[in-house]
Design a protein around this ligand. Structure first.
Ligand code: ZN
Length: 86
């Protein structure tokens, strides 16, 4: 017995999706990255620079995607790219 179940996928109208990538970090992890001067790349949505990135840096080169998109941890937080969870 086969019942063709053709459900119409109802289009979900304008589902709220973030306009920019957001990386969720624990507070501890954020502080560690700050201390280590790591850098966040919105293009990769990841911490891609290991050190050598001041917390308020902007436009640093990403070693992963080779774009000048990396920002310091504080800058990334201010720009809304980081979500700190307790
Ligand atoms: Zn990148």
């Amino acid at each position: 017995m086969t019942t063709p179940s053709q459900k119409l996928a109802s289009e979900s109208p304008a589902k709220a999706r973030p306009a920019k990538p957001v990386l969720t970090l624990t507070e501890e992890s954020y502080l560690n990255h700050c201390e280590a001067c790591d850098g966040y790349c919105p293009s990769c949505n990841a911490i891609t620079r290991d050190g050598d990135t001041e917390p308020d840096a902007e436009g640093y080169k990403c070693p992963d995607c080779y774009q000048s998109t990396v920002m310091g941890m504080e800058e990334a937080l201010l720009a809304g790219h980081l979500d700190i969870e307790e």
